[in-house]
Design a binder for this molecule. Sequence first.
Ligand code: ADP
Ligand code: MG
Length: 203
Amino acid sequence: MYIENTSPESPQYQKDTHFGWIEVIAGPMFSGKTEELLRRFRRAEIAGLKTILFKPKMDIRYSETDIISHNKSSLPAIPVASSTEILELSEDAEVVGIDECQFFDDGIISVANQLANSGKRIILAGLDMDYKGQPFGPMPNLMAIAEYVTKVHAICRETGGPAHYSKLKANSISTDKTLNPIQLGAEDSYEAVSRKLFYTKNE
Ligand code: ADP
Ligand code: MG
């Protein structure tokens, strides 16, 4: 679990510092990325900080205007079509959150740096790998530039162990895999599995 650093020496503690920082929450589907993003956001709100939350416009799985986790926790979010919109809309915020970062263009890397350099705390959540086990979109670069990276895991229903991969179900009706390596409407199409199952089991 990410714990806010309250040591007086830490940049997070020094409220007058001009610079912020970047946090990334990465993992497969169902690993609790959104839950963790919302948890950090609620704590920032309790701290009285000005927050703003974004999601990609294309992700309308559960709602167009909210971020909703698989266990139905939610907060309102602004749907954006491109990373540049985030810069414009975040001017007054102290904490900026973005869910499903894997779906954004590479511009999000520079946007995250610019926001952090202007004194904001940036919290980014997204899939680290696609259903082929390949690094997903801008996520590898976002993990590289972040001060804090948290890898979360789901539970593999077969082994009961940690699940680090998002696997396309054998009976999935998912189409158009080239355009969008993790399909929306994911619960029917994908499951979280362990390394062993991802690389050895083909049904
Ligand atoms: P993510 O954003 O990483 O896809 P969410 O935060 O939306 O994940 O949802 C996490 C919740 O999903 C868990 O608290 C649990 O209720 C549910 N869940 C469903 N399948 C699994 C699984 N295989 N492993 C862990 N949690 C799961
Ligand atoms: Mg999520």
